[in-house]
Write a protein that binds this ligand. Structure first.
Ligand SMILES: *Cc1c(COP(=O)(O)O)cnc(C)c1O
Length: 382
């Protein structure tokens, strides 16, 4: 059906009408007083979301821009870094670090499993000469639906004394608790099309005092993503280049909605939706891809085993106008992923579960009584 498609992919995520209307306004000059007042307001709102006193800078670019900025603004040529890799995004940060000539030691975990914090502790303890300058990792690994224990890993990094933590919080910020200051995170990167409930195009980076100190000596090449001008202009509620002005309108509106709901309520909603989705999937006889107890609050990956996951995805889209995400790389055709991040309600979760169940039934692949999945999900949500 035309104009009925519901996004249940892990970004872009659905956008509330209030935010869409904010986007539709005429652009204003990015050097105007009016725009400065929006930047001033969104800066405060962003600090609230990050639970930090650090400045949160806004970059016009996707989430990867913020992560790359975090890496190239704090590190120097040939620096040694420890990179967590348990999925597509972990892999990406290894590639970025290598592209800038860093010496990368990779801490791997199998796709579907969380990173083992003890492996980070061991590597950091063995680094007697304090050569490791950063630990780079993904909090919520979107490709596999796994949440990593960022809090514990950050604690080990702080014990090391020299290294900083550079965290991809793109699908955790706005979905679960990421208290930047309390956890001692040094760089937190995120993107607008995920928990923020706005379209793609903005990314955000918050840096601790320690990260800004590292920035002073960092010598990796950079221009558009050099954060020094961003920080300087941010002091005057401005921007070094022409920012995506309309996305700032959207950002302000979306963060107002988030503030009205409250952080606790947002985290609880995502946790409930994770539980309901997991329960629904299991009750219809399918397997969860993420190891038990390590599922992300933003996304649930499903391994339908003998069934081609792309077939299910196709039917769910054709018959029910819901877009699910597929698997990436070696998981293509093996898993599908249900995004429940951002502007998602109980109804969306129930609809997704029942649509998957009905699709399986229409394919003659349902091994459980029709309605068992939706009943299990509804029970969690009641
Ligand atoms: C979406 C996402 C990103 C950013 O991807 P972009 O396409 O650059 O916005 C980074 N990390 C994770 C875990 C993501 O889900």
């Amino acid at each position: 059906m035309q104009d009925k498609l519901t996004l249940m992919i892990p970004g872009p995520t659905p956008v509330p009408e209030k935010v869409l209307r904010a986007l539709g306004k005429h652009p204003i000059g990015h050097r105007s007083k009016e725009f400065q007042s929006i930047v001033s307001h969104t800066s405060e709102q962003l600090k609230w979301l990050h639970q930090t006193n650090n400045e949160v800078l806004t970059i016009t670019g996707s989430g990867t821009a913020a992560m790359e900025a975090g890496i190239i603004n704090t590190l120097s040529r040939g620096a040694k870094v420890l990179c967590g890799d348990n999925g597509k995004f972990g892999e990406r940060w290894v590639k970025v670090a290598k592209a800038f000539g860093l010496q990368v030691e990779v801490v791997k975990a199998e796709w579907g499993c969380p990173l083992d914090p003890e492996k980070f502790q061991t590597a950091l303890n063995e680094d007697k000469n304090k050569e490791i300058q950063a630990v780079i990792l993904t909090h919520s690994e979107t490709s596999t639906g796994v949440i990593n224990d960022l809090q514990t890993i950050s604690k080990y990094v702080q014990t090391h004394g020299r290294a900083i933590t550079i965290a991809d919080c793109v699908t955790s910020l706005g979905a679960c608790n990421v208290p930047m200051d309390e956890w001692g995170l040094d760089v937190v990167a995120s993107g607008s099309q995920k928990g923020y409930m706005i379209p793609p195009g903005l990314s955000f980076i918050a840096m601790s005092e320690r990260a800004w100190q590292a920035q002073q000596t960092s010598d990796l090449p950079k221009f558009y993503l050099d954060l020094e001008p961003y920080r300087k202009t941010a002091a005057n509620n401005s921007n070094p280049f022409t920012p995506a002005v309309n996305l700032y309108f959207a950002l302000e509106a979306a963060l107002e909605m988030m503030q009205e709901e409250g952080l606790e309520a947002i985290f609880t909603r995502h946790a409930r939706h994770r539980s309901a989705t997991q329960a629904g999937i299991k009750a219809m006889g399918l397997t969860l891809f993420a190891k038990e107890g390590h599922g992300s609050p933003a996304i649930t990956a499903v391994l339908p085993e003998r069934i081609d996951s792309e077939t299910i995805r196709k039917i769910v889209k054709q018959k029910f106008d819901i877009l699910l995400a597929g698997g990436q790389d070696h998981l293509k055709g093996k898993i599908f992923r249900i995004g429940h991040l951002g502007f998602v309600s109980d109804r969306d979760v129930l609809t997704a579960i029942s649509s998957i169940e009905a699709s399986l039934q229409s394919l003659n692949l349902l091994t459980t009584p029709m309605g068992a999945g939706v009943a299990a999900a509804a029970k969690i949500l009641q």
